[in-house]
Design a protein. Sequence first.
Length: 308
Amino acid sequence: MTVRAGDRTQRNMGEPAADCSFLTFNLFADLPTFRHLDRRLEITAAAIAAERPGVVALQEIVRSKPCGDIGVRLCELVNQRCNGALYQLHYTPADGLGEDEWKFDEGIALMSRYERTSHDAGMIKYSSQVRISASVGSQEYRLPDDRVAMHIRYLVAPGFELDAYGTHLTDRNEQSESVAIRVRQARQLVEWVESTSRPANPILIGGDFNDVPDSDTIRTLTESGFIDVHSAAGADPGYTNDRNDLDLEAPQASPNQRIDYVFFRPGRSRSFKIENVRLFLDQPSPEPAGQWLWASDHFGVLVRLTLA
């Protein structure tokens, strides 16, 4: 599915311009079984190498002994297909558990072929988190669900810096003082973006927000001046996930909710044009013996912009 921008254009003819592309994709680590992970990473790497997005916001990056470092593995596969070390990956852990061979951590990453201009990747762990526990016998154990956001500033082209952000909000519906924790995370994200971005720079935020377009979570961003790029570019529903879960080996999918987003805000005195928005890996890969395999239980969102 591709949506073209229509009239969502703010660019003066004759101005210097730079092309900018941004992809968000939840890899679906499928912890602890990691079903078909090797093949799914190959499918994802081939698709990224074919599209060559400038920045990729990744969710569900797991590091553990059984699966290795999923982010590093993916980045290496992409660069192999690009015939060189084109992309660099920066990872931010969100939470983890276990010891020795059972130890793992999970987080998010930004992977980019643009030059980084910020010295380090910035990150926050949200102050509002869902606390999940399980009882085994007389012991109660905390289960990991902490969520984070990260930020890197890139040079898209001479004279064009970009503040890029990635996040993955909780999928739980718990509240704190009658406000959904997911909404509190979105509010803190907006505050953090405001405090860490440069006024002249365009901003792109990508991630799995685990909420639908008319939710308070998403309104927190749009009412703060961030453009939901898919919504701005067209009327197609752009579903990215099946709330009833997707069978990775099914020949067809039945997506029914849009929970993965790219948000954009132009820099001060900057103009832009949304060239197109499309779903990423929204079809299964044909496998041997007539089988099928989906890269993830989410579809990604790929955005192409012209900045001026």
